[in-house]
Ligand binder design. Structure first.
Ligand code: C2E
Ligand code: CA
Ligand code: CA
Length: 266
């Protein structure tokens, strides 16, 4: 009804009004979810995921505010803040001779429409003295179907600078098979929805062939949202060895992720 609508409007305005202050006041936190090699359980990387620690409302998850910020453009500020925190983290660990692994960051499709995020990323890795392959860029599959030309141009530029590009949420939306054929992504991240139905025979056929197609194309594969041992076993039997999911680890504060890396090294 009318009231619902105005409540939603109010919530959106509140998010828009508060986001820049929240970044400034360090309420926007970087969490990291480990990526593992399922064969050994070893951590081979991570993904940066944003959390809003709101002083009055508590923890806010990205699904609640990212869509709002994508409409208003503030997502650019949030992304840059997260990218910077990852570069600082990796840079300082490197300086202190602590082990590091690549930590991928999300790149909202809004960056393709606005500004010069490519230059920003290049400056960041330079400033913190880290090699670009330590910050893989996750771009959601659906971004590849709009404004493709701009996206490809920016993607290629970043790849030439040494960044890796990962196609996120693969299989969740429109088909991106053409894109795989014509353009170079370094990695495909298979969406959780794809493996949720792993008990269904048709799904198994599709997953098996998607994995084999990607392997033949020479594209790295990681599967997101692995929650059960059955899923992990099925994936490994079919030649996919990298995963990110609750079966292994949930997202955690970045400092905890650092401690985990130290433990693993021993
Ligand atoms: P995403 O990029 O697809 O990130 C993966 C999401 O799946 C994360 O949700 C993660 O916590 C969740 N996940 C991982 N493993 C499992 C599992 O085994 N089971 C279940 N049920 N969920 C799992 P999260 O952190 O809530 O993020 C949601 C979305 O918000 C992300 O989806 C991404 O699209 C967006 N997002 C998060 N952080 C950022 C950011 O810094 N910038 C931008 N632009 N978007 C972000
Ligand atoms: Ca992602
Ligand atoms: Ca995803």
């Amino acid at each position: 009804g009318k009231r619902d609508h105005s409540t939603v409007m109010h919530a959106c305005k509140k998010i828009e009004n508060e986001i820049l202050g929240a970044i400034e006041s360090d309420y926007i936190k970087t969490y990291v979810q480990p990526k593992v090699d399922m064969r050994s359980g070893k951590i081979v990387g991570g993904e940066a995921l944003v959390r809003w620690l709101h002083p009055a409302d508590g923890f806010i998850y990205p699904d609640k505010f990212i869509p709002v910020l994508e409409k208003s453009g503030y997502i650019l500020d949030v992304d840059k803040h997260i990218w910077k925190s990852i570069c600082m983290f990796l840079g300082s660990r490197k300086e202190n001779n602590k082990p590091i692994v690549p930590i991928s960051v999300n790149v909202s499709r809004m960056h393709v429409y606005h500004g010069t995020f490519t230059k920003y990323l290049c400056r960041l890795v330079e400033k913190f003295n880290i090699s670009p392959e330590y910050i893989p860029l996750e771009v959601t599959e659906s971004a590849f179907t709009e404004k493709e030309w701009d996206l490809y141009k920016k993607m290629h530029y970043l790849q030439r600078k040494g960044f890796r590009v990962s196609m996120d949420d693969f299989g969740s939306g429109y088909s991106s098979l053409n894109m795989l054929k014509d353009e170079n992504v370094d990695e495909v991240k298979i969406d959780k929805k794809f493996i949720d139905t792993i008990n269904d025979n048709n799904s198994r056929i599709v997953i098996r062939h998607v994995i084999s197609m990607l392997r033949e194309l020479g594209i790295d594969i990681i599967v997101e949202g692995v929650e059960t041992k059955e899923q992990a076993d099925f994936l490994m039997e079919n030649g996919c060895f990298y995963a990110q999911g609750y079966l292994y680890y949930k997202p955690m504060p970045i400092d905890e992720f650092g401690e985990l890396l130290e433990k693993q090294q021993k």
